[in-house]
Design a binder for this molecule. Structure first.
Ligand code: BG6
Length: 279
């Protein structure tokens, strides 16, 4: 079913419903399960910027491993209770609330069926605006529609396709970070940021521009409205333990996430946008 000139809804039995977006500049696939971008391929070089696990579960029974999961309204473990890691909207059905074909690209607006869920102690509204053009832009807008101030967390948990983690360098970050693999030990970002082991780093960083540098290409990632950039690669033991990752697939992916890990408090009626652009 066509929703606009550039957007087609694709349904397949037993698989998540998907929007196929295609215009003069790029194509993208977006799963309505999770409001989850699965792929983004600019026509300029026909290379998918996003990584998708060969073992990803695409029947809507589990969060999808790869692409851009939306973590909300908390990042990682819930701050106080026993609720699903990274919140509940990545495993929820989302609805299309707008599609526009413009000269900068196709703009798709999505909302989860309900932004309210167990573990959220208040009332927030959520809107995801995805622009598929020469650049991919995700804007996650949170509004406090309740009567009291409320804190939330979030991440645009992007998985990038990088060919070989051993030949990949992350540029742009500096200062201290917290190493989750060593109980949040505080460390200094190396001058040359390479990957030789499991990496789960929270950079409490105001840096907006990062570059994933590989021998064959660079990927430019801009973040806004974040308090952290999270850098994650599970390495071999964890990918072997994860049913939705192939044993060696950690070699071809790197997550660079625009995140709110510290909790962002919104006053009643206040709105916040977390943005990531990918080129
Ligand atoms: C990262 C976290 O953002 O996501 C990691 O920092 C976590 O600690 C990773 O392991 C993947 O999370 P999940 O829930 O998708 O397996």
């Amino acid at each position: 079913m066509r929703l606009s000139k550039g957007v087609k809804l694709q349904t397949t039995d037993g698989q998540v419903d998907t929007l196929v977006v295609e215009n003069d500049l790029a194509m993208a696939r977006i799963s309505l399960f999770g409001g989850h971008v699965l792929s983004y391929i600019p026509h300029s070089d026909a290379r998918d910027r996003l990584w998708m696990s060969g073992n990803a579960i695409l029947d809507g029974s589990k969060a999808i491993r790869g692409g851009i999961p939306i973590c909300w309204p908390w990042f990682g473990d819930h701050p106080s209770g026993n609720f699903p890691a990274h919140g509940y909207v990545r495993t929820q059905q989302w609805q299309v609330v707008g599609c526009e074909d413009q000269s900068i690209g196709t703009i798709v607006k999505l909302k989860p069926e309900s932004a309210l869920g167990a573990g959220l102690d208040g009332e927030l509204d959520l809107l995801l605006t995805i622009t598929v053009g020469e650049v991919l832009t995700l804007e996650l807008t949170t509004t406090n529609i309740g009567a009291n101030a409320l804190a939330f967390g979030a991440a645009l948990h992007s998985y990038f396709d990088i060919e070989d983690i051993g030949l990949t360098e992350l540029r742009g970050l500096n200062g201290e970070f917290l190493d989750k693999t060593e109980s949040y030990a505080s460390k200094v970002t190396p001058e040359v940021y390479l990957f030789q082991k499991e990496t789960d780093n929270v950079h409490l960083s105001p840096v907006t521009h990062t570059v994933i540098h590989t021998p064959k290409f660079d990927v430019d990632v801009e973040s806004m409205g974040h308090d952290s950039i999270v850098v994650w690669n599970p390495w071999i033991e964890k990918s072997t333990a994860m049913a939705d990752m192939k044993d060696d697939s950690y070699r071809s992916m790197l997550c660079v996430e625009a995140a709110i890990t510290q909790g962002k408090t919104l006053a009643a009626g206040e709105q916040h946008s977390l943005i990531q652009t990918i080129q």
